[in-house]
Design a protein. Structure first.
Lengths: 129, 143
């Protein structure tokens, strides 16, 4: 029965969705924090006037940067939804029995939300956009 | 077998339904941060997602772009300045405390752990002050 919750077999570890959700929460959180550090430095150029700031912003106007932007947004959406799930189960422990459908729901909702959001961000930078 | 002077029991995530640590039993600093993470997290769902949605979706859909003039018009109003200040401080405290918890989960050696967390807090404090200074010092009338 336990095997049915297995996601992938990684070097002998059977990784479940719950473990992946836990790892994803940490990975996405650290990723967003890293960008926050970068974002503060980049925004500080606003104090040096329009030329400097507008030049800094051109660093974001290319496809690789936009892919990074989509990944950042996916990390933030996942961390938010999974965080809400943690809050719900921390304060209403009886909901813990639904942790598996809720975890699947968080992963599915993130994926579904990122399709239109990703298209809006990437389309102007794609060859056909 | 056990080197009790340098090691402490690892946090046990006994309940797989949790993506986070269980509520600390004793009241005090760790209990405060446990509650802070949940309250700030709830606020950040709206603040951070709202920020991302405005900056990276609405700006694209309205054909606008983020440049100096855009920042001037936004930070010309107290509402967005307070919004951004609140977002900055909450996101920073939430993120750095999260990083601290991850570090203390993986670094078992007490001295190394204190050192790494000390460096993290020192750098973070400097960065947060820089961030607050940007929002406070920006002059929207400058050109």
């Amino acid at each position: 029965m336990e095997r049915s919750h297995e996601l992938i077999n990684l070097f002998g570890y059977r990784v479940s969705w719950a473990q992946l959700a836990w790892f994803g929460h940490r990975a996405s959180g650290l990723g967003v924090l890293l960008f926050l550090f970068l974002h503060i430095v980049e925004t500080s150029t606003v104090l040096f006037g329009p030329e400097v700031y507008d030049f800094t912003q051109t660093f974001y106007a290319n496809l690789p940067a936009k892919i990074g932007e989509v990944l950042l947004m996916a990390a933030l959406v996942y961390h938010s939804l999974n965080g809400l799930r943690v809050i719900v189960m921390d304060f209403w422990p009886s909901t813990t029995i639904y942790y598996r459908p809720l975890t699947y729901g968080v992963i599915a909702a993130t994926t579904i939300a990122m399709v239109p959001l990703g298209l809006i961000i990437l389309t102007p930078y794609l060859p056909w956009g | 077998m056990t080197t009790s002077t340098n090691r402490r029991p690892r946090t046990i995530y006994s309940n797989p339904s949790r993506a986070a640590r269980p509520k600390p039993e004793a009241s005090g600093r760790e209990r405060f941060w446990w509650i802070f993470m949940r309250l700030s997290g709830l606020a950040l769902v709206f603040l951070a997602l709202g920020h991302m949605f405005i900056m990276h979706v609405l700006v694209v859909l309205t054909g606008d772009q983020i440049d100096f003039a855009f920042v001037q018009s936004r930070w010309g109003t107290p509402f967005w300045r307070i919004y951004d200040l609140l977002l900055l401080v909450l996101a920073f405290l939430h993120g750095v405390n999260g990083a601290r918890i991850v570090i203390s989960d993986y670094v078992a050696h007490r001295t190394a752990r204190s050192l790494i967390i000390g460096v993290l807090l020192f750098i973070s404090a400097a960065w947060l002050i820089l961030g607050i200074a940007i929002i406070a010092l920006f002059d929207p009338s400058a050109s």
